[in-house]
Design a protein. Sequence first.
Length: 189
Amino acid sequence: MRLVVAVTGATGAVYAVRLLEALKEAGVEVHLILSHWAGETLRLETGMGVEAVQSLAACCYQENDLAAAVASGSFQHQGMVIIPCSMKTLAGIAHGYAANLIMRVADVTLKEGRRLILVPRETPLNAIHLENMLSLARLGVVIMPPMPAFYYRPRTVDEVVNHLVGRILDQLGLPHDLVPRWGGATNEE
């Protein structure tokens, strides 16, 4: 499997790192685009440098490289994940404004009918954010805000992060054992 993963400067860099680790463990060929601000956010939130994150991907691209292979519909891949996705990037995609490589690849992913998953990071959401998400959802884009589940009683931040990453892997049809599956309610304690 070949996927494009893009990381914007929105908070939640830990989600991107864990997804990249899981995809590497699964043997997925990842083509990574990091925005300039993603690099800054990665350093601030995880202590990881850009090079360490890039080492988790097969190929890496600069956000201003609109001549990159991934910018073309002829570049074959099975989907794109933008994690975390800033509201600026989400708005650009919703309105067909391919101002950088992340937005261009998302636009191409849509026009080619491939899977596009966005993990928007913002709260509270205003009407513009919601309208943009609704527009994209109507086009078949999967909108996956990082909302934790508690039915499996997570005890650490890593468990909460793994839950979202596991749900993304589910959307991509990739097997994993990152989180326990819901088995139904029981009366046992």
